[in-house]
Design a protein around this ligand. Structure first.
Ligand SMILES: *[C@@H]1O[C@H](CO)[C@@H](O)[C@H](O)[C@H]1NC(C)=O
Ligand SMILES: *[C@@H]1O[C@H](CO)[C@@H](O)[C@H](O)[C@H]1NC(C)=O
Ligand SMILES: *[C@@H]1O[C@H](CO)[C@@H](O)[C@H](O)[C@H]1NC(C)=O
Ligand SMILES: *[C@@H]1O[C@H](CO)[C@@H](O)[C@H](O)[C@H]1NC(C)=O
Ligand SMILES: *[C@@H]1O[C@H](CO)[C@@H](O)[C@H](O)[C@H]1NC(C)=O
Ligand SMILES: *[C@@H]1O[C@H](CO)[C@@H](O)[C@H](O)[C@H]1NC(C)=O
Ligand SMILES: *[C@@H]1O[C@H](CO)[C@@H](O)[C@H](O)[C@H]1NC(C)=O
Ligand SMILES: *[C@@H]1O[C@H](CO)[C@@H](O)[C@H](O)[C@H]1NC(C)=O
Ligand SMILES: *[C@@H]1O[C@H](CO)[C@@H](O)[C@H](O)[C@H]1NC(C)=O
Ligand SMILES: *[C@@H]1O[C@H](CO)[C@@H](O)[C@H](O)[C@H]1NC(C)=O
Ligand SMILES: *[C@@H]1O[C@H](CO)[C@@H](O)[C@H](O)[C@H]1NC(C)=O
Ligand SMILES: *[C@@H]1O[C@H](CO)[C@@H](O)[C@H](O)[C@H]1NC(C)=O
Length: 803
C-alpha cells in the first residue's frame, strides 16, 4: 500500500487570507459539533480531521441515537472508540474496539472491575461534554475526565483520574484503590463482530487486535485492526477477559461465533497501571484496515511523542485551513445564523473518509476514499459544496470513485467500511462525476475511464443492482420506463420504486449526455439526451390528487386541485395507481423505505417526485399547465405539509421557482425552512444529517448560490449575510456576492437588480466560472418581489430549450 505523491500537487497553491474578517474573528466560536446529536440527527460530534479516518468519541448505549457514537441525551456511555460515520440512517456504523478506563477495581480484585458493555455503562456528568473541531471531551460518573484529539489514522486520548482518589468510591460505597485499569473490547457499535483476536504485551502494556465486522448499510464484511499504547505511568499487570471474568494469563485470546451466543460473548484485553503521578494517562490508538503492524506503524509515525497539545493544534490548523477560503461579513447577523452557517460547513467535511493506503482490496496508486454514505444523499449538495471549498479533495474523491469502478466493475451508489452499500434510486455517482467534469475537476482524473464508468451504469445491468448500477435496463432501453411489474431476468434487486428510479435514471442519463458532449461524443450525447426524456413515460396527465388535511381541518379530505402526476405503469403500457400523497408526511410517511414491501416512490411521494426533472424544467412547467400553475403547485408542495425537508430530495424544490421566473419565491422558501427547521439546538436539523447533507444544504442556501447538481448552474438568491466571498483554491481568485440594502431581519430578501463586476446582470443563474474567475456579484435587495430575473431569457437552462 502506497501513499501516492500527487503529480498534480503543483496546481494546488495555497493563498493567503483576505482581510475582510474582523481581527478577533475565530471561526471555532461559530462551530457547534453538537448540533444534530439528538432526535435522529445522528451527527458524530467527536474529534476528526477533515475527511479523516480516525474519528474518536464516547459511545452511548441508546440504540436509536448511537449511529454516530455519541448522543446528547441522558443515555449511558459504554466506552470510547476511534472510527465512526456521521449522520447516517442505517444501523449504527463502526465504533470498533472501544476502550473503557476505571480508576481501580474494588478490593483491588480485577474481577470486581466492570467488563461488559452492560456492566460498565456509566452516566456522563451533565455539562462536561465539550466539542470543537479536532477535540472532544466528557467526564463520566467514574470521575474520569476523557479528552481526545486525532491525526488521520490515530486517536490520542488524555485520561485525567480524580485527584481526590483516596476518597473515590465504588458503586457499592467501598473504597476504591487507585490503580487504573484500561480494557479494550473486541466489539463495534452494532455488535456485528464475528471473528476476533487480541493480545497484550506484558512489558509495554500495548494492546492490539483484529476483528471481522459487518457494514451498517450494505453487504459483506470487513476486517479492521488496532494498536493501543499508553504513557504516563508504569504497567502493573496485563491480561485478557471474556464475558465478565478476567485473568492475567494468557496474554491473548481469539473468538469465533459459537452458534449460540449472538452477538458473540464480549471479550478483550486489559492493562492495569500504578497510580499516575499527575493523575493522567495518555492512550494512543492507531487503526488500519491492512494489519496490526500497519495500525501500530500509523500510530508511531503520526503521534511519536504523545504530545496532546501538539496533535490538537495540528488538527485545529487543518480545519482552519479548510474554512479560510470563505469569508463572510456578518454585520448585523445573529450568532444563531452565523453558527448554523459554519457548523453546516464543518459537517460537510467529515466524510467521505480518506482511506488512501488503507485499502486491502486492491493495489493501486490512486487515492482511496470510503464512507460515500450515501451518494443518493451527497450528490445533491455535499459534493457541490466540497467542489467549491476544497476542489483538491473533490478531485481525489472523483479519482477514487473511478478507481472503485476499475477494480469492482461499477461505481458505488453507497459505500462504507470497504463494502458495497445499498442503492436507493438511480446511479447517482454519474451525477457526481458530471458535476465535477463540468466544474474543472481535472487534475489527474482519467475522464476516459470516468466516462466508461457512467456508460456502464447506463448500459450494463449488474447481477445485484441492489448494491450497484441500475436494474431493469432492458425495459429502460426498450420501453423507456421501469415498469412497476417489470420482467427482469438479468439481475436482482428490490422491485420497488419504479417511479423514482425512472426519474432518477432519466436524470442520470442527462448527466451522461453532458459529459458525452464535453468529450466530443455527439452520438452518445444525443442518445442519452433522448433517454433523459423518459420521465414523461410515467406521467399520467389526468391523475387527480386528494389529500387528507393534518394541520387545519384535521382529517378533512380535500381535492388538492392539481391534475397530472407520475403514476405506476405496467409492462403492457397501462397505468396503475399510487395515491400521489402516499409517503408524504400527510399519508403513511414511512411506507416507502428500502424494504420488500416498499412502494413505487422512494422515501417520498409522487407529488414530490413529479418535480424531479432538473434536466428540463421548461417542459415540466409546460406539462403542468404553465408557469403560474407550476408556481402554485410548487408552493402548495411546500405549504400543505406534503414535503419533508429532512430528506434530501426536498432540497432542489426549494429553489425550482427560478425556472418559472419567480426567483423571489425561492428566496422566500429558503427562509421558510431556515431557521424554522435548521438552528443551533441539539435537534437543530431535520432528519438524519446523512454525512453532512443537511449541513451543506444550510450552508449553500445561506451563501446564496444554489448549485443544480450535475449542471454548470447556480440559482441566485441573496446570501444571509451582507456579503460572502470564496477564494478559489484552484485559481486564487476571489468571488464575492454582496447584498446592497441588507436587512438582518430578512424582510428585504427580494432581489431588485444585480450587477456582475459593475455590469447589469438579469439572468437568475450563474455558472461555475464566477467562482473560478472571481468577481463581484452585487444584489440590490428590497421588500417586494421585482421584475428581476423573471424574463424568458433570464431563466436557467433546460434541455428542450437548448441548454
Ligand atoms: C442530565 O441531563 C439530562 C438531560 O440530558 C437530564 O435528563 C438529567 O436529569 C440530568 N441529570 C442531572 C443529574 O442533572
Ligand atoms: C462491593 O462490590 C464488590 C464487587 O464490585 C464486592 O466484591 C464487595 O464485596 C462489595 N462490598 C460490599 C461492602 O458490599
Ligand atoms: C454511574 O452510572 C451507572 C449507569 O447509570 C450507574 O449504574 C452507577 O451506579 C453510577 N455510578 C456512580 C458512582 O454513580
Ligand atoms: C492527513 O492526510 C491528508 C491527506 O493525505 C494530508 O494532506 C494531511 O496533511 C494529513 N493531516 C495531518 C494533520 O497529518
Ligand atoms: C472528587 O473531586 C471531584 C472534583 O472536585 C468532585 O466532583 C467529586 O465529587 C469528588 N469525589 C468524591 C468521592 O469526593
Ligand atoms: C496466543 O499467542 C500465541 C503466541 O503467538 C499463539 O501460539 C497462540 O495461538 C495464541 N492464542 C490464541 C488463543 O490466539
Ligand atoms: C498487493 O501487492 C502486494 C505486494 O506485491 C501483494 O503482497 C498483495 O497480495 C497485493 N494485494 C492485492 C489485494 O492484490
Ligand atoms: C482548471 O484547472 C486547472 C488545474 O487543474 C487549472 O490549471 C486551470 O486554470 C483551471 N481553469 C480555470 C478556468 O480555472
Ligand atoms: C389544511 O388546512 C389548512 C387550514 O385550513 C390549510 O392552510 C392547508 O392548506 C390545508 N392542507 C391541505 C393539504 O389541504
Ligand atoms: C396490464 O397489466 C396490469 C398488471 O398486470 C393488469 O392489471 C392490467 O389489466 C393489464 N391491462 C391490459 C389492458 O392488459
Ligand atoms: C398505510 O398504513 C396502514 C397502517 O400501517 C396500512 O394498513 C396501509 O396498508 C398503508 N397503505 C398503503 C397504501 O401502504
Ligand atoms: C391551470 O390552473 C387553472 C386554475 O386552477 C385551471 O383552471 C387550469 O385547468 C390549469 N391549467 C392546466 C393546463 O392544468
Amino acid at each position: 500500500m502506497f501513499r501516492p505523491l500527487l503529480s498534480s500537487g503543483l496546481f494546488w497553491l495555497c493563498f493567503g487570507t483576505a482581510s475582510s474578517q474582523p481581527r478577533n474573528f475565530d471561526v471555532f466560536d461559530y462551530i457547534d459539533p453538537f448540533i444534530g446529536t439528538t432526535a435522529g440527527g445522528h451527527v458524530f460530534p467527536g474529534a476528526t480531521l477533515p475527511f479523516g479516518m480516525a474519528k474518536a468519541v464516547a459511545d452511548v448505549n441508546n440504540p436509536d441515537e448511537k449511529q454516530g457514537g455519541f448522543a446528547s441525551d441522558n443515555s449511558d456511555i459504554t466506552g470510547f472508540s476511534h472510527m465512526h460515520d456521521s449522520g447516517t440512517g442505517g444501523s449504527p456504523s463502526l465504533g470498533n474496539f472501544p476502550f473503557f478506563p476505571q480508576t481501580g477495581c474494588p478490593e483491588d480484585n480485577i474481577n470486581n472491575c466492570y467488563w461488559t458493555k452492560t456492566d460498565r455503562a456509566s452516566r456522563r456528568i451533565n455539562g462536561t461534554a465539550e466539542a470543537h473541531p479536532g477535540y472532544f471531551a466528557v467526564s463520566l460518573n467514574t470521575s474520569i475526565h476523557t479528552e481526545v484529539t486525532v491525526t488521520n489514522h490515530t486517536a490520542l486520548y488524555r485520561l485525567t483520574f480524580p485527584s481526590n482518589v483516596s476518597t473515590t468510591i465504588a458503586r457499592n460505597q467501598t473504597a476504591l484503590p487507585y490503580s487504573p485499569l484500561i480494557l479494550f473490547d473486541l466489539t463495534d457499535l452494532p455488535d456485528s463482530r464475528t471473528i476476533g483476536s487480541i493480545q497484550v504485551d506484558p512489558q509495554s502494556g500495548r494492546i492490539s487486535g483484529t476483528g471481522t465486522f459487518s457494514p451498517s448499510f450494505g453487504i459483506g464484511s470487513y476486517d479492521l485492526h488496532f494498536c493501543a499504547d499508553f504513557k504516563g505511568t508504569s504497567i502493573r499487570d496485563t491480561g485478557v477477559w471474556r464475558n465478565n471474568r478476567a485473568g492475567s494469563e494468557p496474554k491473548n485470546l481469539s473468538t469465533r461465533p459459537d452458534g449460540v451466543n449472538n452477538p458473540p460473548l464480549p471479550a478483550g484485553a486489559w492493562t492495569q497501571f500504578t497510580a499516575p503521578k499527575n493523575n493522567q494517562i495518555l492512550t494512543r490508538v492507531g487503526v488500519s484496515f491492512v494489519s496490526v503492524a500497519q495500525a501500530c506503524h500509523n500510530a508511531e509515525r503520526e503521534i511519536p511523542d504523545f504530545d496532546f497539545q501538539k496533535v490538537r493544534s495540528a488538527a485545529e490548523d487543518a480545519w482552519r485551513k479548510k474554512f479560510e477560503v470563505v469569508k463572510v461579513d456578518a454585520t448585523g447577523v445573529s450568532d444563531e445564523f452565523h453558527t448554523v452557517f459554519w457548523s453546516g460547513m464543518y459537517r460537510s467535511m467529515i466524510s467521505p473518509q480518506d482511506y488512501t493506503g488503507e485499502n486491502p482490496l486492491w493495489n493501486s496508486t490512486e487515492p482511496y476514499y470510503d464512507s460515500y454514505y450515501c451518494i443518493w444523499d451527497s450528490y445533491r449538495s455535499i459534493h457541490p459544496l466540497i467542489t467549491l471549498l476544497d476542489p483538491h479533495s473533490q478531485t481525489l474523491m472523483v479519482r477514487s470513485l473511478i478507481d472503485i469502478y476499475r477494480h469492482e466493475g461499477k461505481l458505488p451508489d453507497c459505500r462504507m467500511s470497504l463494502c458495497k452499500g445499498f442503492t436507493q434510486g438511480g446511479s447517482n455517482a454519474d451525477t457526481v462525476l458530471a458535476d465535477s467534469y463540468l466544474k474543472n475537476i481535472t487534475a489527474g482524473v482519467d475522464w476516459r475511464i470516468g466516462y466508461e464508468a457512467v456508460v456502464s451504469d447506463a448500459e450494463v445491468e449488474p447481477e445485484n443492482w441492489s448494491v450497484e448500477g441500475r436494474g431493469g435496463l432492458k425495459s429502460w432501453k426498450n420501453l423507456g420506463y421501469i415498469p412497476t411489474d417489470d420482467y427482469d431476468p438479468s439481475g436482482g434487486g428490490p422491485f420497488t420504486r419504479s417511479i423514482s428510479r425512472t426519474v432518477e435514471y432519466a436524470y442520470n442519463d442527462f448527466c451522461i449526455a453532458l459529459m458525452a458532449k464535453g468529450l466530443g461524443n455527439m452520438a452518445d450525447a444525443e442518445k442519452y439526451l433522448k433517454r433523459s426524456e423518459n420521465w414523461r413515460n410515467m406521467y399520467k396527465a389526468d391523475q387527480t390528487s386528494l389529500a387528507t388535511n393534518t394541520t387545519g381541518h384535521i382529517g378533512e379530505t380535500v381535492d388538492t386541485g392539481y391534475i397530472g402526476f407520475l403514476q405506476p405503469r405496467y409492462l403492457n403500457g397501462t397505468f396503475g395507481f399510487q395515491d400521489p400523497t402516499l409517503c408524504s408526511p400527510l399519508y403513511n410517511f414511512t411506507s416507502c423505505y428500502l424494504n420488500p414491501d416498499g412502494h413505487e416512490t422512494y422515501e417520498g411521494s409522487s407529488w414530490m417526485y413529479t418535480f424531479y426533472v432538473p434536466q428540463d424544467m421548461d417542459s415540466l412547467i409546460t406539462t403542468l399547465g404553465g408557469p403560474e400553475n407550476f408556481t402554485n403547485r410548487l408552493s402548495y408542495l411546500h405549504t400543505s405539509g406534503l414535503l419533508y425537508i429532512g430528506d434530501e430530495q426536498a432540497f432542489l424544490p426549494v429553489f425550482q421557482f427560478h425556472y418559472a421566473g419567480r426567483p423571489a419565491l425561492s428566496a422566500e422558501f429558503s427562509h421558510f425552512y431556515i431557521p424554522s427547521q435548521f438552528n443551533t439546538s441539539l435537534n437543530g436539523i431535520a432528519g438524519n444529517d446523512d454525512s453532512g447533507a443537511m449541513g451543506s444544504f444550510t450552508t449553500l442556501a445561506m451563501m446564496g448560490l444554489w448549485p443544480v447538481p450535475g449542471q454548470n448552474v447556480y440559482l441566485i438568491t441573496p446570501p444571509y449575510f451582507p456579503s460572502v466571498s470564496l477564494t478559489s483554491p484552484q485559481t486564487g481568485k476571489t468571488a464575492t456576492i454582496r447584498n446592497v440594502n441588507f436587512d438582518p431581519s430578512y424582510g428585504a430578501i427580494y432581489i431588485q437588480s444585480v450587477t456582475l463586476d459593475g455590469e447589469m446582470y438579469t439572468r437568475n443563474w450563474i455558472t461555475h466560472d464566477f467562482w473560478l474567475e472571481g468577481g463581484v456579484l452585487e444584489l440590490t435587495l428590497g421588500r417586494n418581489e421585482s421584475e428581476w430575473g423573471t424574463g424568458m431569457g433570464d431563466l436557467p437552462p433546460s434541455s428542450s430549450t437548448g441548454m
